[in-house]
Design a protein around this ligand. Structure first.
Ligand SMILES: [Zn+2]
Length: 358
């Protein structure tokens, strides 16, 4: 049975990398391929369109629409090409990829101002529904970044989002295999840092990518993200890698509830699952450092939808999590009006209250 009447995955990567054999010289010397090797290569490797598998999975699991995100070396152009081929199935958020590439090509220092200017141009095209994955940053930075410096880097992007009435996505949670540092996205380890930004920009909707859980069984970042969402009307949580107990905690919270949750799984990421039957959680996403990165397309939707199946909640609430909140925040075009129950007290960025027209 399809789990909701209109299902949207708000966190999808339709691009993959096929690094050449030479790229993995270090791995060959060591005798095995690690996530660090993969992370080093995907920053600069040429991405390719992986939408055949994505469309197959959408058909398989009844996912109606996806929000496409560029990440690391992925491009806005490849995502837009897919949106143009299937405007009923895809929308895209944008990232300041050219600013980063220019710094790599010229050796010039990365700047938050230049990244915000690129985002301003991209959003002015009217082709993108938000900013992400995560806030712009210098992905090549190898020094520790302070809270004050990082918040100052965020503000130019929040100004651009405010100007265009757009959604901003902030990365949270860890994945355990890729390098874990305070270098380029320190907020991923400190969701609470966003309290200041959320208060300074109450008119800008902020979505925590992964809702604090990208990989591993730690609830530390989930707890912080939940607190920020509960204390700010403009902060939302992506849920796709949550297990049932995390959904239940967010749904019980009177300041969060189903209206602030968006299903989004990181489809396309190289994150396998680990199972520990009889424990909580019984399975969870995590990069396994003793094994090489997965070669196959990990079936994240099968797992993520089964977590929702374990929840005892009314269908109209589940429908909000699975698509209604995404439609409202990203201004999605729906096949019909009145599919979702109205939600009040939201910061709604797009003109079309498509679900709320009485
Ligand atoms: Zn992602």
């Amino acid at each position: 049975m399809k789990l909701g009447r209109f299902i949207v995955d708000t966190h999808v990567h339709s691009q993959r990398f096929a690094p050449g054999k030479d790229s993995f010289k270090n791995a060959k010397a060591k005798g095995h391929l690690s996530y660090n090797d993969l992370a080093a290569v995907i920053a600069t490797a040429e991405p390719y369109d992986n939408s055949d598998r994505l469309l197959f999975d959408m058909d398989c699991y009844g996912v109606d629409m996806c929000v496409l995100l560029p990440a690391f070396g992925m491009t806005n152009e490849l995502n837009l090409a897919l949106v143009e081929r299937h405007p009923d199935k895809f929308v895209a958020v944008c990232s300041a990829t050219e600013t980063l590439q220019k710094c790599r090509d010229t050796g010039e220092p990365w700047s938050a101002k230049a990244a915000a200017e690129e985002l301003d141009k991209l959003l002015a095209s009217g082709k993108f529904v938000g900013i992400g994955e995560g806030l712009p940053t210098d992905h090549d930075r190898l020094t520790t970044t302070s809270q004050t410096d990082r918040l100052d880097e965020m503000r130019p992007t929040l100004e651009v989002a405010r100007k265009h009435k757009s959604v901003v996505r902030v990365h949270s949670g860890v994945v355990m295999g890729y390098p874990l540092t305070h270098h380029f996205w320190p907020e991923t380890l400190h969701p609470m840092w966003l309290l200041d930004i959320a208060q300074e920009y109450p008119d800008v909707p902020i979505v925590f990518d992964h809702g604090g859980v990208q990989g591993g069984a730690s609830e530390r970042f989930f707890e912080q993200a939940l607190l920020v969402a509960g204390a700010n009307d403009n902060v939302y949580l992506e849920t796709g890698l949550w297990w049932p107990e995390l959904y239940e905690k967010a749904l019980r919270d009177p300041n969060v509830g189903p209206e602030k949750l968006l299903w989004g799984t990181d489809w396309g990421a190289s994150i396998p699952f680990h199972s520990q039957p009889g424990q909580v959680p019984s399975e969870y996403a995590v990069q396994l450092r003793k094994q090489p990165p997965p070669q196959h397309q990990v079936d994240v939707w099968g797992w993520a939808l089964r977590q929702l199946l374990r929840l005892n909640i009314v269908q109209d609430d589940l429908n909000l999590i699975l698509g209604g909140n995404a439609a409202r925040l990203f201004g999605l075009t729906l096949p019909l009006t009145r599919l979702f129950r109205p939600v009040g007290r939201d910061v709604v960025p797009q003109s079309g209250q498509v679900n709320n027209d009485g």
